[in-house]
Design a protein around this ligand. Structure first.
Ligand SMILES: O=c1ccn([C@@H]2O[C@H](COP(=O)(O)O)[C@@H](O)[C@H]2O)c(=O)[nH]1
Length: 272
């Protein structure tokens, strides 16, 4: 999916919601455990309940990798069930020396056929560049993440560059790729920095995890993070997936997704 198509979906649905498919077999409703593939059944029900309210699905691959080869198969089956007009993001946080990164890129873009993959930039240019140059595909580079540990490295001052590490990540990555194939991860818990990050990267989409279970403020993120064409994908995983542990799990997931979508619509009217 390209940038224009993504922007069109956001406009049509009045939503920049990304639903995180972080499906934990120990947390899904008990009545599904007798199904042949409980995770797949759960994912399909969540997608049926939320597809008209979101523009992206983001399975975090850890939840599938932890189930071994069956988990990989479930991930493929889940991706196959995503409607065509919804962006798919493999949250895999890959990045290695060049030839290995090239294999990761082929795995996700050619085998899995996802639209986007998250990339850890720590190993530098040769680890990020192999994820670029795939038609209508995206690398989403970690910039300033939502977790407490982001302060350990990402906000350190670089004496020579006179910037913080995450700022240099953004500036360097923008030299390698345009906003048509590169996004940045910016945590919703980092709202105080988001206006500054938007000024560094005015045209780029930000994938913003951390509303819901991590307590990020959707309105603050939207007010400070919008660009002229929205430029945000805001992810919620646990708050949607586990809104109920009963038979009404899909209905409750929809209600939470609807609540977020409605708030997004209000923010679009108010701040754009
Ligand atoms: O900075 C980051 C980068 C990635 N994530 C991922 O997003 C989801 C968040 O899940 P919630 O349940 O909505 O908290 C999860 O897959 C994380 O690994 C992040 O949280 N922060």
């Amino acid at each position: 999916m390209n940038r224009q198509q993504l922007a069109e979906q956001i406009r049509k649905k009045q939503s920049y919601l990304c639903v995180g498919l972080d499906t934990d077999i120990t947390k899904i409703p008990a009545h599904l455990l007798s199904e042949p593939n409980p995770v797949l059944t759960f994912n399909r029900a969540i997608m049926e309940a939320t597809a008209d309210l979101c523009v992206a699905y983001k399975p975090n691959t850890a939840f599938y990798e932890s189930l071994g080869s069956e988990g990989w198969q479930t991930l493929e089956q889940t991706l196959a069930a995503v409607p065509q007009d919804i962006l798919t993001i493999a949250d895999a946080k890959r990045g290695d020396i060049g030839n290995t990164s090239a294999m990761y890129a082929r795995a996700f873009f050619e085998q899995m056929n996802v639209d986007a993959v998250t990339v850890a930039p720590y190993m530098g240019a040769d680890s990020v560049k192999p994820f670029l140059g795939f038609r209508d595909k995206w690398a989403i580079v970690l910039a300033l993440t939502s977790n407490a540990g982001s302060a350990d490295f990402q906000t350190l001052n670089l004496e020579k560059e006179q910037t913080r590490l995450y700022e240099t990540v953004i500036q360097k990555c923008m030299l390698w790729a345009s906003a048509d194939e590169l996004m940045f991860v910016v945590g919703a818990t980092q709202a105080a920095q988001i206006a500054h990050i938007r000024s560094l990267a005015p045209d780029y989409f930000f994938l913003v995890p951390g509303v819901g279970a991590q307590g990020g403020d959707l309105e603050e993120v939207s007010r400070l993070g919008f660009n002229q064409s929205v430029g945000l994908l805001v992810n919620a995983s646990r708050s949607i997936l586990y809104a109920s542990s009963g038979k009404d799990f899909a209905e409750k997931a929809r209600a939470e997704a609807k609540r977020l979508q409605q708030q997004m619509q209000d923010c679009l009217e108010k701040y754009l």
